[in-house]
Ligand binder design. Structure first.
Ligand SMILES: [Zn+2]
Length: 75
């Protein structure tokens, strides 16, 4: 079996990251569960992906994709 599971990949990826800062895997999964089910977070991820797919900056100051694109444009 591959990990993370294809049908629950986002939640497991989030939980892996959260797990480095909390005491239990169960707590990490509970937090990740809330994130993947939050419509505002889903909408923001969709908005960012849409901007990138159109070759436009998403406007998020933490975005590594746009940071790299800005560096390439300077060269
Ligand atoms: Zn971006």
């Amino acid at each position: 079996m591959t990990y993370p599971p294809a049908d629950d990949r986002l939640r497991h990826l989030l939980a892996q990251e959260i797990n480095t800062s909390v005491d239990t895997w169960k707590l990490a999964m509970a937090i990740a569960d809330g994130i993947v089910k939050d419509p505002a977070i889903r909408a923001e991820l969709d908005r960012i992906a849409r901007a990138h797919n159109h070759g436009q900056p998403c406007g998020d100051q933490n975005c590594p994709h746009c940071f790299d694109a800005a560096l390439e444009a300077e060269q």
